[in-house]
Design a protein around this ligand. Structure first.
Ligand code: ADP
Ligand code: MG
Length: 252
């Protein structure tokens, strides 16, 4: 396995006005691995993903993704922001698909229109991605004909079509009816098995146990505990991790 980290985050802080929401976050991500971020509401999980994707510009610290490094203690230019943003794809809780377009077009529009890539080539890749997320039979469906779980999977394929180095998933199943959660988790597991590098904020602890290579427990803007899924989720050391898991699992 390649040991050079794909992602290196060090001493990352983020302030909104006077409130420091991230208070010095450090972690690495190896290529082809799954990182699960867990923690209470308001602890800073989304802000970490948004900082990686440069939707939020961190206040200090460093982020390296592949060949792009940004030092946020200096003034950060627009070009640096777009270089960092291009490294990752982000899948939001609400997917923001183009409702009037068909599934295939939703996946191809970014690479064809945004990246000016060859349509034939992009379509061939899009069909593979749609197969990967289990939507081969919905290629020509319109978005409004799909269930929430299917729409979320189109959102994933769309993000991957831009060939990011890593995919960021922010509670990808939390807006779904319970019976649709499984199909989306299966699709995400397929991505992991295919070798995509994933960062996923999730409350699905069973899923995190099964797919995550590393788990980060965030509380009040700090990583309180980290380790393998077994270490953090089965034998948590920190009282705050235990308390959080007890609340989530109900019987820890
Ligand atoms: P989580 O995803 O863990 O629930 P967030 O990263 O969304 O937490 O938010 C962390 C904290 O930062 C929360 O207290 C939230 O209210 C605050 N916050 C997030 N975004 C903004 C913003 N744009 N402006 C001000 N405060 C924000
Ligand atoms: Mg969040």
């Amino acid at each position: 396995m390649n040991t050079t980290p794909l992602v290196q985050v060090s001493a990352l802080t983020k302030k909104f006005g006077k409130i420091e929401v991230l208070k010095g976050i450090d972690f690495n991500i190896s290529p082809g691995t799954v990182t699960a971020i867990i923690g209470p509401s308001g602890s800073g999980k989304t802000t970490i993903l948004r900082s990686l994707n440069a939707l939020d510009v961190a206040s200090s610290g460093h982020i390296t993704i592949g060949d792009v490094t940004i030092d946020f203690s200096k003034k950060v230019g627009r070009r640096e922001i777009s270089a960092l943003r291009a490294k990752s794809g982000m899948v939001f809780q609400a997917h923001g698909l183009f409702g009037h377009l068909k599934v295939l077009q939703n996946v191809t529009v970014g690479p064809v229109v945004g990246q000016k890539r060859n349509r034939k080539e992009v379509e061939a890749e899009a069909l593979e991605l749609l197969e990967l997320v289990g939507l081969s039979d919905k290629v020509h469906a319109r978005i409004h004909e799909l269930s929430g779980g299917q729409q979320q999977r189109v959102g994933i394929a769309r993000a991957l079509a831009l060939k990011p180095d890593l995919l960021l998933l922010d509670e990808p199943t939390s807006a779904l009816d319970p019976e649709l959660v499984g199909e989306v988790l299966r699709a995400i597991r397929n991505l992991a098995d295919t070798g995509w590098t994933l960062v996923i904020v999730t409350h699905e602890m069973q899923f995190a146990k099964q797919v995550a290579d590393q788990v980060l427990f965030i509380d009040q803007g700090l990583i309180v505990e980290r380790g393998t899924a077994a270490e953090v989720l089965e034998t948590p050391k920190h009282p705050r991790t235990r308390e959080f898991l007890a609340r989530i699992l109900g019987d820890f």
